[in-house]
Design a binder for this molecule. Structure first.
Ligand SMILES: NC(=O)C1=CN([C@@H]2O[C@H](COP(=O)(O)OP(=O)(O)OC[C@H]3O[C@@H](n4cnc5c(N)ncnc54)[C@H](OP(=O)(O)O)[C@@H]3O)[C@@H](O)[C@H]2O)C=CC1
Ligand SMILES: O=C(O)[C@@H]1CCC=N1
Length: 271
């Protein structure tokens, strides 16, 4: 089964690299790019020969749409009409419902919507799948074959995908901001930047692995760090005064609302 990444940017490249890393033969991994310089970069890095969108649609069994949501309409105008119902379209586009694709593809073409994230780089992605109208169990399993080797997968009903995008799609950025802020705080306290960096990164990695492997609720793990009348309680009070929890609630709502806005901006003919 051959897979084409259509629009190989930051996320598309991670999927492409994951396909190759997971042992898929190089002649079954295809990619398209808009700019010749980008095509050359991908060819050099992965030993593939990027091809046109039209050639990818003709050759691949699975078409992974990696363009920005705002470019998806144009891509579908270009090649959507040539996609046949024996192919599978996998959309990585934030916000866009599978109905957006169904309206621009021939009748019966199956579409699976997937929200993955950048830890795909280290086979630690969280990829969340939802079937569109014509996608069967077999199509979902085919999509999972692409994403399981690069992390965890989960299926949710499509109406949950904007919330998923806000949590795990954008989530790495929130965690990086926390680590970045801890590094700056360490520097403020007088630590050399390299030391602050190492401490913050290893603390993030150790805490994340413990969270996953212990299976404990984060509140319990936080309590076990917080000694009575100790340093952690003093720090946590400042974070609560700063409204960190409320800021996260507001941030995820904003991300969810932005996903909805992207979809409504793209709705209608000619977009
Ligand atoms: N980045 C992330 O963490 C995540 C992104 N996503 C989704 O993934 C998608 C890609 O995001 P991201 O990788 O960040 O964005 P990028 O802009 O890095 O990637 C999009 C790529 O598509 C290319 N492209 C656009 N139109 C065409 C076309 N007609 N034919 C061929 N290639 C084309 C662009 O080319 P050019 O280089 O010329 O601009 C670019 O390389 C988005 O839909 C986003 O919502 C989902 C989850 C996480
Ligand atoms: O910021 C974005 O729109 C994309 C989708 C989720 C993560 N990055």
């Amino acid at each position: 089964m051959s897979v084409a990444v259509m629009g190989t940017g930051k996320l598309g490249e991670l999927v492409l690299a994951g396909l190759l890393r997971s042992g898929r033969p190089v002649d079954q991994v295809l990619a398209t790019a808009r700019r010749p310089e980008r095509a050359a970069e991908l060819a050099e890095r992965y030993g593939i020969r990027p091809l046109s969108n039209e050639a990818a649609v003709a050759r691949a069994d699975v078409l992974v749409v990696g363009v920005k949501p705002q470019d998806a309409g144009k891509l579908l105008d270009e090649v959507g009409g040539k996609v046949t119902a024996d192919k599978l379209v996998v959309s990585l586009c934030a916000g866009l419902p599978t109905s957006f694709f169904a309206e621009r593809l021939p009748d019966g073409v199956p579409v699976v919507r997937v929200m993955t994230n950048t830890p795909a780089l280290v086979d630690q992605a969280m990829s969340v799948l939802s079937p569109g109208a014509h996608a069967t169990e077999e199509h979902l399993a085919t999509a999972e074959e692409i994403f399981k080797p690069i992390g965890r997968t989960l299926r949710v009903p499509e109406y949950q995908q904007d919330a998923v995008t806000a949590l795990s799609g954008s989530g790495p950025a929130y965690l990086y901001l926390v680590v970045e802020s801890m590094i700056e705080a360490g520097v403020l306290l007088g630590l050399p930047r390299t030391v602050a960096h190492e401490l913050a990164v290893q603390t993030a990695v150790g805490s994340a692995v413990m969270l996953r492997d212990s299976g404990e609720h984060p509140a319990k793990l936080r309590e076990s760090v917080t000694s009575p009348a100790g340093t952690t309680a003093a720090a946590l009070r400042e974070l609560e005064v700063g409204g960190v929890r409320a800021a996260f609630l507001g941030a995820l709502e904003a991300a969810r609302d932005r996903a909805r806005q992207i979809a409504s901006d793209m709705a209608g003919p000619g977009r």
